[in-house]
Design a binder for this molecule. Structure first.
Ligand code: SF4
Length: 316
C-alpha cells in the first residue's frame, strides 16, 4: 500500500526543560536514597506518563501535606508551594525536598523583595494553577492581587497606584502577557516589574519555535497534558500564528486521524513536561499512516541545567 506523503516539522526546542528534568531527578534520587515510599505533594510535573512511572517506582502523590505520614520524606513539585507548606513540614519535623524550579523560586524572591520595599504586588497568572497559588502564597493572604486578562486591570483596586510591582507566572503566552503588562503600565505608569516579564526561557523558546513553523503547517500537534499550562499555550500560539488545526494530545492514541485527513504537512512539538518517549510514539504513529519526511525546525539552542539539592547528592 502506498502511503500519502507528509512533511513532519519537528520543533526544536521542544519537550523537557531544565526545571522538569531536575524535579524528576529529585524524586528518583529521593527514592534511591530513602527507599519507597517517598511522598510527592502535587504531580511533580504535569504529565501522567511521568507521574505513573514514578508511582511505579514507589512515589506516592498527594495533594496536601497532611496526607503524608510525618516519618517519610516529602517532595514539593516543580510548580512551587506557598510559604506555609515548608513551614508546616518543618513544624511536623518532616524531611522535605523542594523541587520548585529555580526560575519559579526567582519569582518568589522578587515578590518578597518588592513587598519588603513597601510595594503592593500584582501577579499575572491563571487562578488556581499551582504555580500562581505558590507565588501568591509567598506573601500573606490578600497581599497579592491576581490579574488574568487586560480587562482585570481596569477593575483592579489598589492601595496606592504609585507603589505597585508585578510578577508573572513563568508559563504564560508571551503575547497575552505583553498585552496585560501594557494595560498595567497604562493605568499605573509607576508600576515596577521585571525587565521583560517572568516567562521562562523554556516557555519562550517553545512558543517561538511554534510561531516559526505554524504558518507552514496544515496541522499542529502539541504533546502535553490538559493541565499543563505551557502546553496549552503552545496550542493557542500555533492557532494564532495561522495553523488551521492545532490540538493537544497526551499520547498517540489521542490523535484524531479523521480530522487530519488530507494534510500534507504537520508541525509537532511538546510542552516542557512531556518526555521524549511520547514524542517518539507520536512520530511512529504518523509513520504508520504516512510516508513521513522529517524536518527539524530549530529556532534556539538550550544548554540550561539545574543542580539537584545537596541533601540528595550526599550519602544517606
Ligand atoms: S517551564 Fe520554565 S519555569 Fe517551569 S519548570 Fe520549566 S524551566 Fe522552570
Amino acid at each position: 500500500m502506498t502511503l500519502p506523503p507528509l512533511t513532519l516539522y519537528l520543533a526544536a526546542p521542544r519537550g523537557f526543560c531544565a526545571g522538569v528534568d531536575r524535579a524528576i531527578k529529585i524524586v528518583e534520587m529521593a527514592l534511591q536514597k530513602w527507599g519507597a515510599p517517598v511522598y510527592v505533594r502535587h504531580e511533580i510535573v504535569h504529565n501522567k506518563y511521568v507521574v505513573d512511572s514514578l508511582r511505579e517506582q514507589g512515589a506516592v502523590f498527594v495533594e496536601e501535606l497532611d496526607e503524608c505520614p510525618p516519618d517519610r520524606p516529602v517532595i514539593f513539585s516543580a510548580h512551587g508551594v506557598p510559604k506555609a507548606v515548608p513551614a508546616e513540614a518543618a513544624e511536623r519535623e518532616m524531611v522535605y525536598v523542594d523541587a520548585t524550579c529555580p526560575l519559579v523560586s526567582k519569582v518568589h524572591i522578587e515578590a518578597a523583595r518588592h513587598s519588603e520595599n513597601g510595594l503592593q504586588m500584582v501577579m499575572i497568572g491563571h487562578a488556581g494553577h499551582p504555580e500562581t497559588v505558590g507565588t501568591m502564597g509567598q506573601l500573606p493572604e490578600g497581599e497579592v492581587l491576581l490579574v488574568e486578562t487586560p480587562a482585570d486591570v481596569a477593575t483592579l483596586s489598589v492601595r496606592d497606584p504609585d507603589k505597585l510591582a508585578f510578577v508573572t507566572q513563568t508559563t504564560l503566552s508571551l503575547d497575552d502577557t505583553a498585552e496585560i503588562v501594557a494595560a498595567l503600565k497604562a493605568r499605573f505608569p509607576n508600576i515596577v516589574g521585571p525587565h521583560k516579564e517572568d516567562i521562562c526561557y523554556a516557555t519562550t523558546n517553545r512558543q517561538e519555535a511554534v510561531k516559526a513553523m505554524a504558518p507552514d503547517c496544515d496541522a499542529l500537534l502539541v504533546v502535553g497534558a490538559p493541565n499543563s499550562s505551557n502546553s496549552k499555550r503552545l496550542v493557542e500560539v500555533g492557532a494564532r500564528a495561522g495553523c488551521r488545526y492545532a490540538q493537544l494530545v497526551q499520547r498517540a492514541a489521542d490523535i484524531d486521524w479523521r480530522a487530519l485527513e488530507g494534510i500534507r504537512s504537520l508541525g509537532l512539538t511538546a510542552g516542557a513536561s512531556a518526555p521524549d518517549v511520547l514524542i517518539e510514539e507520536v512520530i511512529d504513529a504518523f509513520r504508520q499512516h504516512y510516508d513521513v519526511t522529517l524536518e527539524t525546525v530549530t529556532t534556539a539552542e538550550e544548554h540550561v541545567e539545574f543542580k539537584v539539592p545537596r541533601v540528595l547528592r550526599e550519602p544517606a
